[in-house]
Design a protein around this ligand. Structure first.
Ligand code: AMO
Length: 429
């Protein structure tokens, strides 16, 4: 057995008892007579004391930072120690010896740049900040699932090797598929729609791929997309659902991750329900009034969103009713103004974290929509034919987990929050 207790379980009730703990050597201080080791496991950091005259002194003396060890010892109350207790070592088993010096300081005292951190990612992931990020992400994903289960959704899985572009052609990664042309999925879009046409309420949490040429703090070539599709619903129903998801998520993270937020020195934004909505057309007018050279049909990217944020001063808001032609072919036009669409983006300050819409559910309209975008309906026949058999009105959205994590951690780049990010220059680790 490597351990009897996690470090956070040690307290003065165990005074005088023998315990076995396991973890990594966080720091070592040799104070002549005694060696003090701070041992770190997934639960926290505790103090180990090795007396000079003990039989394990020789082992402790040669220990290196980040070696993995299992230590048998006796608990002693001591107010000077972290958690008010320390463990006096009787046996030290070195499970894996770490090379010295380390290429990255796990205690975080010596700061490293992002390239070094990603290169030495294993050590970087052991830092308390990254442990906090991983925990917050796990709570956020659990919360997302819980809210959807509560609303009668089921989790589904769609193919990731696909035959056609869904979100526009430029960013596809080609795959050789038994001699045929195929691609890595840019999103689960068409398949989640088909599944909603059978099971009504579905969601998926899975990777998506985009060959992003530009190096920005918000784009990855591979990201986790949290996708929802809902039948017998429109974009207003879906925005309502997003409000509930985000509200629960922020509160779950607040409640379950108070230590982690403290480690990151971050205060979560307050989510007010309903989340404010502004129309795309109003956003364009505001940007024009601020002197930007922008017109109907143009994208509202991060630089423009920063200008909007300075005006609106809302942490979270929806921009709704985008120009129909600037959205993908499956997006539904607005009945009363067909140059617009029933679509939205959810914005956190100046970052788009989700985007969604009501979908077209009439075959002829979809065919036309493909044609006006220069796409060939024949390549989408596998999708279109389902619309011959009672495809209900439906709506959905996709939310990028890495971008959501920026909102939940206060970190500045998606490359920091993803354990092993993929971008144009990174394929390892
Ligand atoms: P969209 O293309 O807007 O919509 O993507 C949805 C969300 O995914 C995230 N995202 C990214 N995150 C990191 N790196 C990237 N390169 C990247 N690209 C996108 C963003 C974005 O809001 N099928 C539609 C969704 C739908 O309508 O259901 C879609 O993919 O957070």
């Amino acid at each position: 057995m490597y351990r009897t207790h996690f470090i956070s379980e040690l307290d003065s009730n165990l005074d005088g008892k023998e315990v076995r703990v396991a973890g990594w050597v966080h720091t070592i201080r040799n104070l002549g007579g005694k060696i003090f080791i701070l041992l770190r496991d997934k639960s926290g950091i505790g103090q180990i004391v090795v007396e000079k005259n003990s039989k394990v002194y020789e082992i402790a003396k040669d220990l290196t930072l980040e070696s993995a060890v299992s230590i048998l010892g006796v608990v002693k109350s001591d107010q000077r120690a972290p958690n008010g207790v320390e463990v006096h070592a009787k046996e030290i088993e070195v499970l894996s010896f770490a090379k010295s010096p380390l290429p990255l300081d796990v205690t975080g005292k010596v700061k490293a740049d992002i390239d070094t951190r990603l290169r030495e990612r294993l050590l970087d992931l052991r830092r308390l900040e990254m442990q906090a990020v991983l925990k917050i992400q796990s709570v956020a994903v659990k919360s997302f699932r819980n809210t959807l289960y509560k609303n009668g959704f089921i989790e589904v899985f769609t193919p990731k090797i696909i035959a056609s572009a869904t979100e526009g052609g430029a960013q596809l990664f080609p795959v050789v598929y038994f001699g045929k042309e195929a691609f890595l999925a840019q999103s689960p879009q068409l398949y989640k729609e088909l599944l909603a046409g059978a099971a009504e309420r579905v969601f998926e949490i899975a990777p998506a791929w985009r060959a992003e040429e530009s190096d920005t703090p918000y784009h990855l070539s591979e990201f986790i997309s949290m996708d929802v599709e809902m039948a017998f619903a429109d974009y207003n129903d879906v925005m309502k659902l997003i409000e509930e998801i985000i509200y629960n998520m922020v509160n779950d993270v607040k409640r379950e991750c108070s230590n982690e937020l403290k480690i990151l020195n971050y205060t979560l934004p307050n989510v007010k329900i309903p989340i404010n909505k502004i129309t795309y057309s109003d956003a364009i007018e505001i940007l024009k009034s601020k002197g930007l050279n922008i017109k109907f049909g143009d994208d509202i990217g991060t630089p423009e969103l920063r200008v909007l944020y300075n005006e609106i001063k809302e942490d979270l808001y929806f921009i709704i009713d985008w120009p129909w032609l600037s959205r993908p072919f499956y997006t539904k036009q607005k009945k009363d103004s067909p140059q617009l669409s029933e679509s939205f983006d959810l914005i956190f300050r100046w970052l788009e974290i989700a985007s969604g819409s009501s979908r077209n559910n009439v075959r002829e309209v979809l065919e036309n929509s493909l044609k006006v975008r220069g796409l060939n309906p024949e390549s989408f026949e596998f999708f279109l034919k389902w619309f011959d058999y009672g495809m209900p009105p439906h709506a959905g959205f996709g939310m990028g987990l890495a971008r959501l994590m920026l909102m939940l951690t206060g970190l500045q780049s998606v490359k920091e929050v993803v354990p092993f990010p993929r971008d144009k220059k990174r394929l390892v680790p």
